[in-house]
Design a protein around this ligand. Structure first.
Ligand code: MRU
Length: 354
């Protein structure tokens, strides 16, 4: 198996078909999953084997190809019906990250626009659209990185939350993209990674990929961010996003809102890094963003051991919404967006990059 590098992202298609890094096993084990059925792709997304908004969009797009290969429809109309059903199954796996629904819609629209005359030509069109989406994501990450470098100025000590890294995208990540770019240029960037309870994406994933890349990273307890800022150890915060409403309210991993409050108190900039596909023109503000609730056991147990009394349950919100007033700027593939947000966000093009 070839050595993984960050520029590869967390999901790709190669000569053996769809490949997903099994992120639940990191950092102990690096394993590549090869889902061969629609149910396996949906399961990988649901249980966070592949996660992060852009990565689940790419996985779902390729999941449509997997569904066609599995069912082998014999006519174009049959393939069309199958694709609609597969898209519905995939869409239901995770509700908050808008990239998932966006990717499915885009691939279906592009493939359908070719008016495929046979099941084989439908498959070719779907595969082409999914591959283009994945290729584009790599480029979007790079452009987000450039926006980040511009916005950061001389800030080099960065705090981040969850994993909005290479593992969460098809390329260099979103929040991590400026860090990889600065590191490549020989700049002394360093990172504080919130551990990110309950599933530890910060300590398991962000620390794993940054450490592999040679970027100095220290894992910190989620509750430590205020103290770290008070000690003057943080120049800027960069986080990713799962959905950004029209007004700039931002859904991201639970704990992001607390981080934004702490950053505002200390006068530290907090940047949200995201491609245009994470901005949802159909969602007017944060109150309209569906927030995924996950199994109580994720909070009640730690590393397989129960850490709450028997009989107690939990409320496990996977995401929170940071009000736009707390966001210093958005780092996008189309530059740095600053307040007032409805206006700067409205100027984003939704055409993608060629
Ligand atoms: O539940 P997860 O691990 O999928 O949550 C991921 C995040 O919150 C990321 O910050 C977000 O998807 C951006 S990924 C570039």
């Amino acid at each position: 198996m070839r050595e993984w590098t960050a520029s590869q992202g967390g999901v790709w298609w190669d000569e053996d078909g769809l490949a997903l890094i099994e992120q639940t096993l990191l950092p102990e084990e690096y394993r590549v999953l090869r889902p061969r059925t629609l149910a396996e792709v949906a399961d990988a997304i649901s249980r966070l084997a592949v996660r992060g908004a852009p990565a689940i969009g790419i996985a779902a797009a390729y999941g449509l190809v997997v569904a066609l290969d599995e069912a082998a429809p014999s006519t174009a109309p049959e393939a069309g019906r199958l694709l609609d059903g597969a898209a519905e199954t995939l869409r239901r796996t995770r509700p908050t990250a808008v990239n998932l629904a966006w990717a499915l819609e885009r691939v279906l629209a592009e493939a359908g626009a070719h008016a495929p005359i046979s099941a084989a030509s439908y498959r070719a069109a779907v595969f082409g659209a999914a591959r283009e989406l994945a290729r584009e994501d790599r480029e979007l990450c790079r452009r987000i990185g450039l926006s980040g470098v511009e916005a950061l100025g001389s800030a080099r000590r960065i705090l981040t939350h969850c994993n909005a890294g290479a593992l969460a995208t098809g390329g260099y990540g979103t929040a991590t993209a400026p860090l990889y770019l600065l590191h490549e240029r020989g700049e002394a960037v360093s990172v504080l990674a919130d551990e990110t309870r309950p599933l530890l994406q910060g300590s398991r994933l962000t620390a794993w990929e940054l450490h592999r890349a040679g970027i100095p990273v220290r894992v910190t307890a989620d509750g430590a961010s205020g103290a770290l800022m008070a000690r003057g150890l943080v120049d800027a915060v960069i986080v990713g996003a799962d959905r950004i409403a029209e007004n700039g309210d931002t859904a991201n991993k639970i704990g992001t809102f607390n981080l934004a409050l702490a950053a505002a108190y200390h006068g530290i900039p907090i940047y949200v890094a995201a491609p245009f596909s994470t901005f949802d023109p159909k969602t007017p503000d944060g109150s309209a963003i569906p927030i995924e609730e996950r199994a109580p056991e994720e909070v009640l147990a730690f590393a397989g051991r129960r850490v709450a009394p028997e009989g107690v349950t939990s409320l496990n919100l996977a995401f929170d919404v940071t009000p736009h007033a707390l966001v210093t700027a958005f780092l996008t593939d189309q530059g740095v967006l600053r307040p007032p947000y409805p206006a700067s966000i409205a100027r984003l093009s939704r055409q993608g990059v060629s």
